[in-house]
Design a protein around this ligand. Structure first.
Ligand code: PEP
Ligand code: MN
Length: 347
Protein backbone atom coordinates (compact mmCIF):
# COMPACT_ATOMS: atom_id res chain seq x y z
CA UNK A 1 0.00 0.00 0.00
CA UNK A 2 1.29 3.44 -0.88
CA UNK A 3 -0.11 6.33 1.05
CA UNK A 4 1.46 9.70 0.54
CA UNK A 5 1.20 12.56 2.97
CA UNK A 6 2.00 15.96 1.58
CA UNK A 7 3.02 18.60 4.08
CA UNK A 8 2.38 22.14 3.04
CA UNK A 9 4.04 24.75 5.23
CA UNK A 10 2.08 23.96 8.34
CA UNK A 11 -0.44 21.72 6.60
CA UNK A 12 -0.32 18.00 5.83
CA UNK A 13 -2.01 16.59 2.77
CA UNK A 14 -2.78 12.92 3.12
CA UNK A 15 -2.99 11.03 -0.14
CA UNK A 16 -5.44 8.15 -0.54
CA UNK A 17 -4.05 4.64 -0.12
CA UNK A 18 -3.05 2.88 -3.34
CA UNK A 19 -2.70 6.09 -5.27
CA UNK A 20 -0.44 5.59 -8.28
CA UNK A 21 2.91 7.32 -8.56
CA UNK A 22 1.59 9.27 -11.54
CA UNK A 23 -1.24 10.70 -9.45
CA UNK A 24 1.16 11.60 -6.63
CA UNK A 25 3.42 13.26 -9.19
CA UNK A 26 0.43 15.21 -10.44
CA UNK A 27 -0.27 16.54 -6.93
CA UNK A 28 3.41 17.48 -6.62
CA UNK A 29 3.35 19.28 -9.94
CA UNK A 30 0.28 21.24 -8.83
CA UNK A 31 2.12 22.24 -5.64
CA UNK A 32 5.16 23.26 -7.67
CA UNK A 33 2.91 25.40 -9.87
CA UNK A 34 2.07 27.26 -6.67
CA UNK A 35 5.82 27.89 -6.15
CA UNK A 36 5.97 25.51 -3.17
CA UNK A 37 8.88 23.20 -2.35
CA UNK A 38 8.05 19.45 -2.26
CA UNK A 39 10.17 17.23 0.01
CA UNK A 40 9.44 13.50 -0.38
CA UNK A 41 9.61 11.42 2.82
CA UNK A 42 9.95 7.80 1.78
CA UNK A 43 8.77 5.17 4.25
CA UNK A 44 8.53 1.41 4.01
CA UNK A 45 4.75 1.25 4.08
CA UNK A 46 3.96 4.65 2.75
CA UNK A 47 5.50 7.53 0.95
CA UNK A 48 5.31 10.92 2.58
CA UNK A 49 5.88 14.03 0.58
CA UNK A 50 6.44 17.30 2.36
CA UNK A 51 5.98 20.65 0.73
CA UNK A 52 7.35 23.76 2.34
CA UNK A 53 5.93 27.14 1.45
CA UNK A 54 4.50 30.33 2.90
CA UNK A 55 0.88 31.30 2.82
CA UNK A 56 -0.11 27.65 2.75
CA UNK A 57 -3.72 28.06 3.78
CA UNK A 58 -4.56 29.98 0.60
CA UNK A 59 -2.26 27.75 -1.45
CA UNK A 60 -4.46 24.82 -0.45
CA UNK A 61 -7.23 26.03 -2.70
CA UNK A 62 -7.73 23.43 -5.36
CA UNK A 63 -5.30 20.91 -3.79
CA UNK A 64 -7.86 19.31 -1.49
CA UNK A 65 -10.16 18.84 -4.46
CA UNK A 66 -7.66 16.61 -6.30
CA UNK A 67 -8.83 13.00 -6.48
CA UNK A 68 -5.59 11.69 -4.92
CA UNK A 69 -6.03 13.79 -1.80
CA UNK A 70 -7.78 12.13 1.12
CA UNK A 71 -7.62 15.00 3.60
CA UNK A 72 -5.75 18.10 4.59
CA UNK A 73 -4.78 18.84 8.17
CA UNK A 74 -2.57 21.31 10.02
CA UNK A 75 0.80 20.43 11.59
CA UNK A 76 0.72 21.96 15.02
CA UNK A 77 4.42 21.64 15.84
CA UNK A 78 7.23 24.02 14.83
CA UNK A 79 9.17 21.06 13.44
CA UNK A 80 7.38 19.56 10.48
CA UNK A 81 9.29 16.86 8.62
CA UNK A 82 10.54 15.06 11.72
CA UNK A 83 7.12 15.08 13.40
CA UNK A 84 4.89 12.05 13.85
CA UNK A 85 2.12 14.13 12.36
CA UNK A 86 3.94 14.10 9.04
CA UNK A 87 4.97 10.45 9.22
CA UNK A 88 3.20 8.01 11.52
CA UNK A 89 5.47 5.08 10.84
CA UNK A 90 8.77 5.05 12.80
CA UNK A 91 11.90 5.63 10.76
CA UNK A 92 14.39 2.77 10.68
CA UNK A 93 17.91 3.85 9.76
CA UNK A 94 19.83 1.05 8.08
CA UNK A 95 23.62 1.02 8.16
CA UNK A 96 25.27 -1.84 6.37
CA UNK A 97 22.42 -4.19 7.34
CA UNK A 98 22.19 -2.92 10.94
CA UNK A 99 18.76 -1.44 11.62
CA UNK A 100 18.38 1.35 14.17
CA UNK A 101 14.79 2.04 15.17
CA UNK A 102 13.49 -1.49 14.58
CA UNK A 103 12.86 -4.31 17.02
CA UNK A 104 16.55 -4.78 17.72
CA UNK A 105 18.37 -2.66 20.29
CA UNK A 106 21.64 -1.61 18.68
CA UNK A 107 24.75 -1.15 20.79
CA UNK A 108 27.50 1.12 19.48
CA UNK A 109 30.80 0.80 21.32
CA UNK A 110 34.42 1.84 21.06
CA UNK A 111 36.94 4.30 22.40
CA UNK A 112 36.29 7.98 22.94
CA UNK A 113 39.21 8.81 20.65
CA UNK A 114 41.18 6.88 18.08
CA UNK A 115 44.67 6.77 19.59
CA UNK A 116 46.49 4.05 17.65
CA UNK A 117 45.82 1.16 15.31
CA UNK A 118 46.46 -1.42 18.03
CA UNK A 119 44.12 0.33 20.48
CA UNK A 120 41.26 0.52 17.97
CA UNK A 121 41.68 -2.99 16.57
CA UNK A 122 41.90 -4.59 19.99
CA UNK A 123 38.83 -2.70 21.21
CA UNK A 124 36.89 -3.28 18.00
CA UNK A 125 37.44 -7.04 18.12
CA UNK A 126 36.46 -7.18 21.79
CA UNK A 127 33.24 -5.17 21.41
CA UNK A 128 32.22 -7.10 18.33
CA UNK A 129 32.67 -10.37 20.16
CA UNK A 130 30.52 -9.07 23.00
CA UNK A 131 27.68 -8.11 20.64
CA UNK A 132 28.26 -4.49 19.58
CA UNK A 133 26.94 -3.84 16.07
CA UNK A 134 28.69 -0.53 15.31
CA UNK A 135 32.15 0.78 16.23
CA UNK A 136 32.63 4.32 17.54
CA UNK A 137 35.80 6.40 17.80
CA UNK A 138 36.67 10.05 17.36
CA UNK A 139 39.34 11.18 14.92
CA UNK A 140 38.42 14.85 15.33
CA UNK A 141 37.85 15.54 19.01
CA UNK A 142 35.97 18.52 20.45
CA UNK A 143 38.02 19.18 23.61
CA UNK A 144 37.39 21.86 26.19
CA UNK A 145 41.09 22.70 26.40
CA UNK A 146 43.06 23.43 23.24
CA UNK A 147 46.05 21.76 24.93
CA UNK A 148 44.26 18.40 25.22
CA UNK A 149 44.60 15.63 22.61
CA UNK A 150 42.70 16.82 19.54
CA UNK A 151 42.50 13.49 17.69
CA UNK A 152 44.54 11.96 14.89
CA UNK A 153 42.53 13.50 12.05
CA UNK A 154 42.64 11.61 8.76
CA UNK A 155 45.12 9.09 10.15
CA UNK A 156 42.44 8.24 12.74
CA UNK A 157 39.81 7.83 10.04
CA UNK A 158 42.11 5.40 8.19
CA UNK A 159 42.52 3.38 11.38
CA UNK A 160 38.74 3.20 11.76
CA UNK A 161 38.40 2.06 8.14
CA UNK A 162 40.97 -0.66 8.82
CA UNK A 163 39.01 -1.79 11.89
CA UNK A 164 35.86 -1.97 9.75
CA UNK A 165 37.74 -4.08 7.21
CA UNK A 166 38.96 -6.48 9.91
CA UNK A 167 35.77 -6.76 11.94
CA UNK A 168 32.97 -5.90 9.50
CA UNK A 169 31.61 -3.36 11.99
CA UNK A 170 30.28 -0.14 10.44
CA UNK A 171 31.85 2.98 11.98
CA UNK A 172 30.50 6.19 13.45
CA UNK A 173 32.80 9.16 13.88
CA UNK A 174 32.40 12.90 14.40
CA UNK A 175 32.67 15.70 11.90
CA UNK A 176 33.38 18.87 13.84
CA UNK A 177 32.97 21.46 11.13
CA UNK A 178 31.75 22.04 7.58
CA UNK A 179 35.36 21.88 6.35
CA UNK A 180 35.88 18.28 7.48
CA UNK A 181 32.49 16.80 6.50
CA UNK A 182 33.60 15.58 3.08
CA UNK A 183 36.70 13.90 4.48
CA UNK A 184 34.83 12.25 7.36
CA UNK A 185 32.05 11.10 5.01
CA UNK A 186 34.67 9.38 2.83
CA UNK A 187 35.48 6.98 5.69
CA UNK A 188 32.47 6.93 8.03
CA UNK A 189 29.27 4.91 7.75
CA UNK A 190 27.50 7.30 10.14
CA UNK A 191 28.50 10.94 10.62
CA UNK A 192 28.28 12.14 14.19
CA UNK A 193 27.27 15.72 14.94
CA UNK A 194 28.46 16.25 18.49
CA UNK A 195 26.63 17.91 21.32
CA UNK A 196 28.63 21.14 21.01
CA UNK A 197 27.61 21.40 17.38
CA UNK A 198 23.91 20.62 17.70
CA UNK A 199 23.07 24.16 16.70
CA UNK A 200 25.86 24.64 14.18
CA UNK A 201 23.34 25.30 11.44
CA UNK A 202 25.90 25.35 8.61
CA UNK A 203 27.11 21.92 9.69
CA UNK A 204 23.54 20.60 9.98
CA UNK A 205 22.79 21.79 6.45
CA UNK A 206 26.01 20.27 5.15
CA UNK A 207 25.32 16.80 6.60
CA UNK A 208 21.73 17.22 5.43
CA UNK A 209 23.00 17.12 1.87
CA UNK A 210 24.72 13.76 2.36
CA UNK A 211 23.27 10.40 1.51
CA UNK A 212 24.63 8.97 4.75
CA UNK A 213 23.10 8.48 8.22
CA UNK A 214 23.71 11.19 10.81
CA UNK A 215 23.96 10.64 14.56
CA UNK A 216 22.75 13.91 16.08
CA UNK A 217 23.69 14.37 19.73
CA UNK A 218 21.59 16.63 21.92
CA UNK A 219 23.24 19.88 22.96
CA UNK A 220 23.98 20.01 26.69
CA UNK A 221 21.60 22.94 27.10
CA UNK A 222 19.14 22.20 24.31
CA UNK A 223 15.43 21.88 24.92
CA UNK A 224 13.51 19.06 23.28
CA UNK A 225 12.13 21.49 20.68
CA UNK A 226 15.61 22.85 19.88
CA UNK A 227 16.87 19.27 19.52
CA UNK A 228 14.09 18.39 17.08
CA UNK A 229 14.52 21.65 15.17
CA UNK A 230 18.19 20.71 14.65
CA UNK A 231 17.05 17.40 13.17
CA UNK A 232 14.57 19.34 11.01
CA UNK A 233 17.49 21.32 9.53
CA UNK A 234 19.12 18.07 8.40
CA UNK A 235 15.92 16.58 7.02
CA UNK A 236 14.93 19.71 5.13
CA UNK A 237 18.10 19.37 3.05
CA UNK A 238 16.97 15.92 1.97
CA UNK A 239 18.76 13.59 4.38
CA UNK A 240 16.16 11.58 6.30
CA UNK A 241 18.56 9.12 7.89
CA UNK A 242 18.81 10.70 11.32
CA UNK A 243 19.47 8.99 14.65
CA UNK A 244 18.96 11.14 17.73
CA UNK A 245 21.19 10.68 20.78
CA UNK A 246 20.51 11.79 24.36
CA UNK A 247 23.85 12.34 26.11
CA UNK A 248 22.95 14.27 29.23
CA UNK A 249 22.32 17.93 29.89
CA UNK A 250 23.84 20.62 32.14
CA UNK A 251 22.23 20.94 35.55
CA UNK A 252 23.14 22.06 39.05
CA UNK A 253 23.97 18.45 39.98
CA UNK A 254 27.67 17.80 40.17
CA UNK A 255 27.70 14.13 41.07
CA UNK A 256 27.72 13.24 37.38
CA UNK A 257 29.36 14.92 34.37
CA UNK A 258 25.94 15.71 32.90
CA UNK A 259 22.39 14.85 33.95
CA UNK A 260 20.87 12.04 31.91
CA UNK A 261 17.42 13.22 30.81
CA UNK A 262 15.64 9.93 30.18
CA UNK A 263 12.17 11.46 30.04
CA UNK A 264 13.06 12.79 26.60
CA UNK A 265 12.94 9.27 25.14
CA UNK A 266 9.21 8.53 25.38
CA UNK A 267 8.51 12.14 24.36
CA UNK A 268 10.73 11.88 21.28
CA UNK A 269 8.93 8.64 20.41
CA UNK A 270 5.57 10.38 20.63
CA UNK A 271 6.53 13.58 18.86
CA UNK A 272 8.76 12.27 16.09
CA UNK A 273 9.26 9.23 13.88
CA UNK A 274 13.04 9.25 14.40
CA UNK A 275 14.97 6.63 16.37
CA UNK A 276 16.75 7.70 19.57
CA UNK A 277 19.70 6.16 21.37
CA UNK A 278 21.38 7.01 24.69
CA UNK A 279 25.03 7.67 25.49
CA UNK A 280 25.42 6.79 29.19
CA UNK A 281 29.18 7.45 29.06
CA UNK A 282 29.07 11.18 28.37
CA UNK A 283 25.84 11.49 30.34
CA UNK A 284 27.42 10.31 33.58
CA UNK A 285 31.20 10.58 33.15
CA UNK A 286 31.49 7.54 35.44
CA UNK A 287 32.13 4.02 34.20
CA UNK A 288 30.36 2.49 37.19
CA UNK A 289 27.10 4.21 36.20
CA UNK A 290 27.07 2.94 32.62
CA UNK A 291 25.35 -0.38 33.31
CA UNK A 292 22.48 0.95 35.47
CA UNK A 293 21.88 3.92 33.17
CA UNK A 294 21.98 1.68 30.07
CA UNK A 295 19.28 -0.49 31.58
CA UNK A 296 17.20 2.56 32.49
CA UNK A 297 17.59 3.96 28.96
CA UNK A 298 16.36 0.75 27.35
CA UNK A 299 13.48 0.51 29.81
CA UNK A 300 12.50 4.05 28.78
CA UNK A 301 12.31 2.93 25.16
CA UNK A 302 15.71 3.82 23.67
CA UNK A 303 16.52 2.14 20.36
CA UNK A 304 20.15 1.66 21.27
CA UNK A 305 23.15 2.73 23.28
CA UNK A 306 26.51 4.28 22.59
CA UNK A 307 29.13 3.20 25.12
CA UNK A 308 32.79 4.17 25.42
CA UNK A 309 35.11 1.17 25.76
CA UNK A 310 38.90 1.35 26.06
CA UNK A 311 41.28 -1.60 26.28
CA UNK A 312 43.29 0.23 28.94
CA UNK A 313 41.18 3.08 30.36
CA UNK A 314 43.92 4.33 32.69
CA UNK A 315 46.00 5.20 29.65
CA UNK A 316 43.13 6.72 27.62
CA UNK A 317 43.94 10.12 26.09
CA UNK A 318 40.37 11.29 26.71
CA UNK A 319 37.40 10.33 28.89
CA UNK A 320 39.35 7.72 30.87
CA UNK A 321 36.94 7.80 33.82
CA UNK A 322 33.85 6.93 31.78
CA UNK A 323 35.31 4.15 29.63
CA UNK A 324 34.50 0.51 30.29
CA UNK A 325 37.17 -2.17 30.07
CA UNK A 326 36.33 -4.83 27.47
CA UNK A 327 35.54 -7.36 30.22
CA UNK A 328 33.09 -4.93 31.80
CA UNK A 329 31.47 -4.37 28.41
CA UNK A 330 31.02 -8.13 28.07
CA UNK A 331 29.29 -8.12 31.46
CA UNK A 332 27.08 -5.17 30.43
CA UNK A 333 25.94 -6.98 27.29
CA UNK A 334 25.21 -10.09 29.32
CA UNK A 335 23.09 -8.13 31.80
CA UNK A 336 21.18 -6.34 29.04
CA UNK A 337 20.03 -9.57 27.38
CA UNK A 338 17.21 -10.60 29.76
CA UNK A 339 16.03 -7.00 30.10
CA UNK A 340 15.84 -6.53 26.33
CA UNK A 341 13.94 -9.79 26.03
CA UNK A 342 11.51 -8.68 28.72
CA UNK A 343 10.93 -5.47 26.82
CA UNK A 344 9.94 -7.50 23.78
CA UNK A 345 13.00 -6.42 21.82
CA UNK A 346 16.18 -8.10 20.65
CA UNK A 347 19.87 -7.46 21.09
C1 PEP B 1 31.62 11.87 21.62
O1 PEP B 1 30.66 11.10 21.53
O2 PEP B 1 32.74 11.59 21.21
C2 PEP B 1 31.43 13.21 22.23
C3 PEP B 1 32.38 14.13 22.20
O3 PEP B 1 30.22 13.35 22.80
P1 PEP B 1 29.37 14.68 23.07
O4 PEP B 1 29.34 15.45 21.78
O5 PEP B 1 28.04 14.14 23.46
O6 PEP B 1 30.06 15.42 24.17
MN1 MN C 1 34.27 10.83 24.91
Amino acid sequence: MVTAVILLGDMIIIIRPDTSQEEIDYVISKLKDKKLRPVPLVGVERTVIAVIGDDCATSMDGISALSAVERVMPVSKPYKLVSREAKEEGTVVTVDGVKIGGKEVVVIAGPCAVESEEQVLETAKAVKKAGAKILRGGAFKPRTAPYSFQGLGEEGLKILAKAREETGLPIVTEAMDVRSVELVAKYADIIQVGSRNMQNFSLLKEVGCLNKPVLLKRGASATLTEFLMAAEYIMLEGNHQIILCERGICSFSDHTRNTLDLSIIPLVKTLTHLPIIVDPSHATGKYELITPMSKAALAAGADGLMVEVHCDPEKALSDAGQSLKPKDFVQLMKELKPLVKGLGREV
